[in-house]
Write a protein that binds this ligand. Structure first.
Ligand SMILES: NC(=O)c1ccc[n+]([C@@H]2O[C@H](COP(=O)([O-])OP(=O)(O)OC[C@H]3O[C@@H](n4cnc5c(N)ncnc54)[C@H](OP(=O)(O)O)[C@@H]3O)[C@@H](O)[C@H]2O)c1
Length: 327
C-alpha cells in the first residue's frame, strides 16, 4: 500500500451510539486483533481516551498484546472545520498530538475543504450563519501552515478528505507538499469511479470511509432512497458463494479494488472477522465486476449541514458535480 499504510484501518467515529469509553475499548480490541492503523479525528471527541489505550499498548500494559513500537502503528487524525485559521490549525494539531499521547502523527487530514462547522449531533436542516463556499486562497493558507508541521517532523503525511476533483486539481497545482492521501466515502453502492481513478492517477493513496455503508448511522443521516450495501444483490450473491457475512464482501471488494477501508465496530466478533476476511478467500474477477456494475451512486454522508446561504437544500453543490467549484 502507498507510503506503508496498513491495508485496513479501524474507524473511531462513535456518532450517537458509541461514547468515548466504548470507542476506546473497541480500539483496544482492535489492537489485540491485529489492527495497526487507527483513523481518529478531533471532532469525534474521543482522542484522549484513545490516546490512553495507545499508551497502554506501547508500554506493554494490555494483556495478551506484546508492547507495540510506535513505528508499528499508523495513526491518523483530522483537523475540524472551525480550526482552519492560521495559528489555530497548528494549536489544534498539537492538541490532537497531545491527546493521543504521541510525538508525531502518520497522517493529518483536513476533514472537510471548507471552514463550515456545526454543533455535534445537530439535525441535517441546521445551517451555520458563517458557512461559505470553498475559497482556494484560504485553503492554501491552511495547507502551507500544515506543510510546516511536516518540516518540523511532527507529521509524516498530509491528506485531504471530502474533496472533489476541481478542488484537488488546484491544491495539487499550488501545494509545496502534495497530499499523500484522500479519505473519501466509498462502499459498493457509492464507488466514485471517475474521481477515484483521478486520485489514483495522481499517485495519491485512497482511504475509504463508511466501507460497510455505515449501517448504524443516526436516523437523521438517512434518506428514503439510501441503499443498504449489505443487501445489494451482488454483495448477497458473493456472501452466499463464500459462506461469509456481507460485511466481509464489502471489505474484500475495497481491498481488492486497491483502497484502504476503515470499518468501525464495537463488537469483538465483528472487529476480528473484519480483519480476518482480508487474509483469505478473495473475490473472483467476475464477483468484482458484478459489484462494479452494481454501483448506485448513493452518497450517504451528503453534508447538508455544511451548505451555505443561497444553496437551499441542494447538497449536491458541496460535491462540484458539474466539474467546477460551486460558489
Ligand atoms: N473523513 C470523513 O469525513 C469520515 C466520515 C465518516 C466516517 N469516517 C471514518 O470512517 C469510519 C467508518 O465509517 P462508519 O463508522 O460510519 O461506518 P462503517 O464502518 O461502514 O459501519 C460501521 C457499523 O457497521 C457495523 N459493523 C461492523 N462490522 C460489522 C460486521 N462484520 N457485520 C455487521 N455489522 C458490522 C458496526 O456495528 P457493531 O458495532 O454492532 O459491529 C458499526 O456500527 C468512521 O468510524 C470514521 O473513522 C470518516
Amino acid at each position: 500500500m502507498e507510503f506503508g499504510i496498513p491495508a485496513v484501518g479501524f474507524g473511531t467515529f462513535g456518532s450517537d451510539h458509541a461514547d468515548a469509553e466504548l470507542v476506546s475499548a473497541s480500539v483496544e480490541l482492535a489492537l489485540k486483533a491485529g489492527y495497526r492503523h487507527i483513523d481518529c479525528a478531533a471532532v469525534y471527541g474521543n482522542e484522549k481516551e484513545i490516546g490512553q489505550v495507545l499508551n497502554r499498548a506501547m508500554t506493554g500494559k494490555i494483556e495478551g498484546l506484546p508492547a507495540l513500537k510506535r513505528e508499528e502503528l499508523w495513526i491518523t487524525s483530522k483537523l475540524w472545520n472551525d480550526k482552519h485559521a492560521p495559528g489555530v490549525c497548528t494549536e489544534t494539531f498539537k492538541k490532537s498530538l497531545s491527546d493521543l499521547g504521541l510525538e508525531y502523527l502518520d497522517l493529518y487530514l483536513v476533514h472537510w475543504p471548507f471552514p463550515n462547522a456545526h454543533e455535534a449531533h445537530c439535525d441535517v436542516t441546521s445551517r451555520a450563519a458563517s458557512a461559505r463556499p470553498y475559497i482556494h486562497e484560504e485553503f492554501m493558507t491552511l495547507w502551507h501552515e500544515l506543510e510546516k508541521l511536516v518540516d518540523a517532523g511532527l507529521v509524516r503525511h498530509l491528506g485531504v478528505s471530502n474533496m472533489t476533483k476541481p478542488k484537488l486539481e488546484l491544491v495539487l497545482r499550488d501545494c509545496r507538499i502534495k497530499p499523500s492521501f484522500n479519505e473519501m466515502e466509498l462502499h459498493p453502492s457509492f464507488q466514485q469511479k471517475e474521481f477515484y481513478d483521478y486520485v489514483k492517477s495522481q499517485g495519491i493513496g485512497i482511504i475509504g470511509y463508511c466501507p460497510l455503508g455505515s449501517p448504524n448511522r443516526p436516523e437523521r443521516d438517512t434518506t428514503a432512497d439510501d441503499v443498504v450495501d449489505m443487501e445489494m444483490p451482488s454483495i448477497k450473491a458473493a456472501a452466499a458463494a463464500h459462506g461469509c457475512h456481507p460485511a466481509a464482501i464489502c471489505l474484500k471488494w475495497a481491498n481488492q479494488r486497491g483502497h484502504v477501508p476503515i470499518p468501525f465496530s464495537t463488537k469483538e466478533r465483528n472487529i476480528v472477522s473484519n480483519l480476518e476476511c482480508l487474509m483469505e478467500d478473495p473475490l473472483t474477477d467476475a464477483e468484482m465486476k458484478a459489484i462494479a456494475d452494481d454501483d448506485r451512486n448513493c452518497r450517504l454522508i451528503k453534508g447538508q449541514v455544511f451548505l451555505w446561504e443561497g444553496c437551499g437544500d441542494n447538497w449536491h453543490k458541496l460535491w462540484d458535480e458539474n466539474g467546477v467549484i460551486e460558489k
